[in-house]
Design a protein around this ligand. Structure first.
Ligand SMILES: CC/C=C\C=C\CC(=O)SCCNC(=O)CCNC(=O)[C@H](O)C(C)(C)COP(=O)(O)OP(=O)(O)OC[C@H]1O[C@@H](n2cnc3c(N)ncnc32)[C@H](O)[C@@H]1OP(=O)(O)O
Length: 283
């Protein structure tokens, strides 16, 4: 499954399946350090939604081809539409605003597709993870990185408030609000060790290859579990993060009133008693 650029026929987001039930989605603009364009955001949404509806896919790994994970928005091609819209003298301020909103929505939709996808998404980061690259991984469920990874919430340095998820997600990922604000206001680089210390990532590996191998291994472990239970866990973690305890518990009770009736509960118990690995059907 590939997502081609309509303009250049470039593969912007490369998808492969390297293990049963594990799909690997790579940002594929290595000559631009995987800088993101609006076209790539659109392709990302298409790819993630396709994988969400692919019964064989249970876990998604995201990485970047080439020397860096992602160097942020494409400062050449990514901002040209925005700048053209802003300087369109034929539109009044309200119409320019609405047109800009449409671009921002495409960007948000690209990453929201990852956050909303019922299947866990694991980010394997190496080297640069800048601006919207850092916002991308904030939409993922699990973030791991190589020793050389370096991050920055760079948006203020290009004159805007981060608007593709950092301001709504970063405080929920990281418990230290003071550190979050420092990173967002100063745009300074932080390395893998600092990211790990503050809980922005959960593991560090020596090299990019080892990080990707570890992400794939982690994905395999998750993919062998009941897909009903794993996807239910993601849906409910997302729901409970944004609701009260009482609402969260009501939601998971309603969820399990349906999902407990799947054959996965019985299969898990049978496998335990028979001292064998459980086998679960695709969903
Ligand atoms: C809707 C939201 C609107 C805006 C949101 C913005 C949020 C952001 O993402 S802000 C962050 C923007 N990104 C940056 O400021 C980073 C810019 N790039 C760099 O600083 C460096 O390239 C680097 C990532 C530190 C890597 O440096 P190095 O290893 O020395 O490689 P280079 O020779 O610089 O890069 C190779 C090649 O890639 C091109 N490139 C790299 N990043 C971008 C980019 N973000 N946009 C466009 N092109 C990029 C670079 O120009 C080089 O191209 P050549 O043609 O080979 O010269």
């Amino acid at each position: 499954m590939q997502a081609y650029s309509a303009e250049s026929q470039e593969i912007l987001v490369d998808v492969s399946s390297e293990a049963p039930h594990v799909y690997h989605m790579r940002l594929n603009r290595p000559n631009r350090r995987n800088a993101i364009t609006f076209e790539l955001w659109g392709e990302m949404k298409t790819v993630v939604e396709r994988l969400e509806h692919e019964p064989n896919c249970r876990v998604i790994v995201v990485s970047g081809n080439g020397d860096s994970f992602c160097s942020g928005i494409d400062l050449q091609d990514g901002l040209s539409n925005v700048i053209t819209t802003m300087s369109n003298g034929e539109l009044d301020v309200g119409r320019r605003g609405i047109a800009l909103g449409r671009f921002l929505q495409v960007a948000q939709d690209g990453f929201n597709a990852i956050a909303k996808c019922q299947k866990p998404v694991i980010a394997a980061v190496h080297n640069h993870c800048i601006g919207v690259g850092a916002e991308l991984i904030m939409a993922c469920d699990i973030r791991i990185a190589s020793q050389d990874a370096n991050f920055s919430i760079k948006e203020v340095d290009v004159g805007l408030a981060p608007d593709v998820g950092a301001l709504s997600r970063m405080q929920k990922i990281v418990g230290n609000d003071s550190w979050v604000r420092e990173m967002c206001f100063t745009c300074r680089n932080f390395n893998a060790e600092e990211a790990l210390r503050y809980g922005f990532i959960s593991r560090i590996y020596p090299t990019a290859k080892e990080t990707l191998d570890a992400a794939t291994q982690l994905a395999k472990v998750i993919s062998e579990k009941s897909p009903i239970a794993v996807q239910g866990t993601k849906v409910n973690l997302n729901y409970s993060r944004d609701h009260s305890d009482a609402d969260g518990q009501l939601f998971v009770k309603a969820w399990n009133m349906g999902m407990l009736q799947s054959e996965d509960l019985v299969e898990s118990a049978k496998a335990y008693m028979a001292k064998r690995k459980p086998l679960f059907k695709n969903v």
